[in-house]
Design a protein around this ligand. Structure first.
Ligand SMILES: [Zn+2]
Length: 366
């Protein structure tokens, strides 16, 4: 007869975690240390170049965007939703929902990129596709419809499918079954990209740069740059894009600002898109955030968000401190708003008014 236990009972395991903790603690070669504006700009130039290389931006292939509008749908209260497809690399296409309110605000920033995270079916939850039950469920859990919420406030909002999500799911998740629909294929993309010197975050940053090209080419809305907003993985992309791209003037980053050691080394089962080869040898997340200075930014953290790591908000405050030092050089500490909410990993739209009012030029919206 077969015994119940099919394996041996191990009392001791020979693991690597402590080794990697020590490696991490050796320090970051490109940590933010500038004390003057001149030092800051030199550090920013060098660090941007380094990060762009690490995420593989230099490996991306430029092409004609060949943007096509595939659908125009009239939604509630005169809101238009266009479906546009843009070629971001040769034969790589990005579908985007463009939400256009009937009356666009006459603010200096009229246009936002609303970037999706995990478990939201790409653009479908962000753009508020309440008619798709699986998307509606995720919107209810995470308050994922921030793209639509901004559009209802009178802004033009572009809600892209990032790579691996929505209509860009790779083969392993191409099913109408709910699990596949709401999830993304970052894992599969990382396995194809990293041995070729590319990364998931790098490909997504590139695609968002192409989306900014599209906004400029269209030339209809924005007078002074574009803002971005994102929760969770969408917060990660907002952070990277705002840090590396001058055309993003302001950002709302929700559920993604914490120290790498507790949150991504400690929680090493998180999604592959978070992990960039060699990154932790050079910077922590607060250093990347310091590259955003002095742009107006709202960071939203939930007190019980498990992704903050075992020390909770302490792991957030440490990174904010690094970021704040960069803003202090410009005398612009007030341009960082830290919005703390109760509960777990979730977007909170109550902070939108505060975000849109960071700049006096935009305080008509509050
Ligand atoms: Zn991912």
């Amino acid at each position: 007869m077969e015994s119940k236990n099919q394996t041996t009972n191990k009392k001791k395991y020979y693991t690597c975690k402590e080794h990697f903790d020590k490696r991490f603690d050796k320090g970051r070669k490109n940590r933010f240390m500038a004390e003057t504006k001149e030092e800051y700009f030199i550090w920013r130039e060098n660090t941007r170049k380094l990060l762009k290389d690490l995420i593989g931006l230099d490996k991306m292939e430029a092409c004609e965007p060949e943007a096509q509008t595939l659908e125009i749908t009239l939604l509630e209260d005169g809101m238009l939703r266009e479906k546009v497809v843009i070629q971001v690399e040769p034969d790589v296409y990005m579908p985007v929902y463009v939400l256009i309110p009937p009356k666009i605000r006459e603010d200096e920033i009229q246009c936002y990129l609303a970037l999706p995270g995990h478990m939201g079916a790409g653009k479908y939850s962000v753009a508020g596709c309440y008619d798709i039950p699986a998307a509606a469920k995720q919107i209810k859990i995470f308050h994922y419809d921030y793209g639509m919420q901004l559009a209802r406030l009178g802004y033009v909002v572009l809600c892209p499918d990032i790579r691996g999500f929505g209509e860009r799911r790779e083969e392993a998740l191409q099913s109408e079954e709910e699990y596949s629909f709401i999830n993304g294929s970052c894992f599969h993309l990382a396995h194809m990209a990293e041995p070729l010197g590319q990364t998931v975050i790098g490909m997504n940053v590139w695609d968002m740069m192409r989306l900014l090209d599209y906004v400029k080419e269209r030339g209809e809305w924005t007078q002074k740059g574009v803002g971005c907003i994102g929760f969770s993985g969408g917060g990660m992309l907002s952070l990277w894009l705002t840090a590396l791209e001058d055309r993003i003037e302001t950002a709302f980053i929700s559920g993604y600002l914490y120290g790498y050691k507790d949150s991504l080394l400690g929680m090493n089962g998180n999604c592959s898109c978070n992990y960039v080869p060699h990154l932790w040898e050079h910077v922590d997340m607060g250093d990347i955030a310091a590259l955003m200075a002095p742009k107006p930014v709202l960071i939203q953290s939930c007190r019980e968000d498990h992704l903050n790591g075992s020390r909770g908000l302490v792991n957030v405050y440490e990174q904010l401190k690094i970021m704040s030092k960069a803003y202090m050089i410009f005398g612009k500490e007030e341009k960082i708003l830290h919005d703390i909410r109760e509960g777990g990993h979730c977007f909170h739209s109550e902070a939108l008014g505060k975000f849109l009012g960071i700049d006096k030029c935009r305080n008509k919206c509050v």
